[in-house]
Design a protein. Structure first.
Length: 72
């Protein structure tokens, strides 16, 4: 049986990286942490094309990663 991935993009407004992390952590803890099947959550900045992984508990393991070519 094939497996599919549902990708949902949610805009998070923030003035800086720390505020964006806090907003994402609050969103994850409030609504996504207990959704069955969640295996990856990523906070992504299209402005400078970087991303960071968020654990379902709202914590951030590691650092920001720079991406490849920015999307239009």
């Amino acid at each position: 049986m094939p497996q599919y991935v549902l990708k949902i993009l949610i805009d998070v407004a923030a003035r800086d990286d720390l505020e964006a992390r806090r907003s994402a952590a609050a969103l994850v803890q409030a609504s996504l942490a207990n959704v069955p099947g969640v295996r990856e959550i990523v906070l992504h900045s299209s402005l400078d094309n970087k991303s960071i992984h968020v654990n379902p508990d709202g914590s951030f393991p590691g650092q920001w990663n720079k991406g490849g070519t920015p999307r239009p």
